[in-house]
Design a protein around this ligand. Structure first.
Ligand code: SF4
Ligand code: FES
Length: 384
């Protein structure tokens, strides 16, 4: 006990020696960060590919990280005081920088090799059902496997599967897709009064489940949908309504007594198909304009699906290399129309009216208002 007290005492001289800012070099780029910053946050300060991918860490959730190992990096020099390399790769979300630390991320073959292995592990049980998954286009695992994965897998056994479970009226859990990142557990712990779900069982049997099949009823529980990096927790009001890249993300706000009221509306035409929190370039919930984390309440997320519920601010910035950004380029200058010239003055939209050919594009059918996904019946009934 005595020794510990002695170690914790810092004389003014010792304090003076500790620099306020630590210099850390990541992939040959040096950056200065405050003491106590993780390697991951330091790398994010540099940005781009230097920032390791993170599937379980989430800045706004205390205690998150350390579960998935996608953020592994190589520390080739521990600090100026002790420049020895760290023998093993370390989780950058859980390792703090030291002054003079030298780190390799994408410049390390060891890291890239390990990350390929991590992706292969994450995909051992994850189904390859991207073509029908609502998360496709904004799935962190999909992006990770494209950028860091192998083309094939060596896994030959049967994947574990689960029945889909409705967690209350608004959220569906498809456990088969879960990668056990624990983010949703932290959301329930930190944003709701009482957590009613968690990771049950151990090892190969681990699963996200509600205790005794309880519904998750809490004003902020919808945020589990936003933090889930895969399609394991999806918005039941949006499931199978549209591919996300066909929708247009618009920033909007309203006066809300429960949350910041600052959201992204995902519109198709004037219809609001879903409402989410605003995300930053790391796919994490952005701080609101008041500087607090921008979590949104269930009322804003699930009950306010009309454009006149909102003050629309404009197109949401889309920085990520995502299919969602297709056709949504701010400041785009369209090329001069040439078809009109070729077709002797006919307007191109008069050449083919898609609504006459395809009933599923009928603008009179409000996809956001029908119960569940649209089927052929939805369109047949309309034409009768
Ligand atoms: S359901 Fe989603 S957020 Fe929750 S642990 Fe699984 S992958 Fe993570
Ligand atoms: S993001 Fe660091 S271990 Fe998952």
């Amino acid at each position: 006990m005595c020794c510990r007290i002695k170690l914790n005492i810092m004389t003014p001289e010792i304090k003076k020696d500790i620099p306020k800012l630590f210099k850390v070099t990541i992939d040959n780029i040096t950056v200065e960060v405050e003491a106590g910053t993780s390697i991951l946050q330091a790398a994010r300060k540099i940005g781009g590919d230097v920032a390791p991918p993170a599937m379980c860490y989430y800045s706004a959730l205390k205690g998150s990280g350390g579960k998935c190992r996608t953020c592994l990096v190589e520390v080739v020099a521990g600090s100026t005081a002790d420049p020895r390399p760290m023998p093993k790769l370390v989780a950058s979300c859980r390792t703090n920088v030291m002054d003079g630390m030298v780190v390799k991320n994408i410049t390390s073959e060891r890291v890239l090799e390990a990350r390929r292995g991590v992706v292969e592990f994450l995909l051992i049980n994850h189904p390859l059902d991207c073509p029908i998954c609502d998360q496709a286009g904004e799935c962190d695992l999909q992006d990770l496997s494209y950028s860091h994965g192998e083309a094939g897998t060596r896994y030959e056994f049967k994947r574990r599967t689960f029945e889909r479970v409705d967690l209350g009226d608004y959220i569906q859990l498809h456990m088969t897709r879960c990668i056990l990142c624990y983010r949703c557990v932290y959301v329930a712990d930190q944003l709701s009064d009482k957590r009613e779900h968690g990771v049950l069982d151990r090892g190969d049997h681990s699963q996200i489940a509600t205790f005794i099949a309880k519904n998750l009823k809490n004003d902020f529980i919808g945020n589990v949908i936003d933090v889930c990096p895969v399609g394991a927790l999806t918005d039941r009001t949006f499931r199978f309504k549209n591919r996300v890249w066909f929708t247009k993300p618009m920033y909007a706000h309203r006066d809300c007594s429960k949350c910041c009221g600052e959201v992204t509306l995902w519109q198709r035409g004037d219809e609001v198909l879903r409402v989410t929190a605003r995300k930053n370039e790391w796919a994490e919930v952005k701080n609101s304009t008041k500087g607090t984390p921008g979590w949104i309440c269930n009322e804003c997320r699930f009950d306010k699906k009309k454009t006149n519920d909102w003050v629309i601010e404009g197109l949401a910035p889309l920085n990520r290399h995502s299919v969602i950004s297709q056709n949504k380029y701010p400041g785009l200058v369209m090329p001069k129309e040439t078809i009109k010239k070729v077709m002797n003055g006919k307007e191109p939209n008069l050449l083919m009216d898609i609504h006459e050919i395809s009933g599923v594009n009928d603008p009179e059918i409000k996809l956001s208002e029908i119960e569940g996904p649209a089927t052929s019946e939805t369109f047949e009934k309309k034409s009768q």
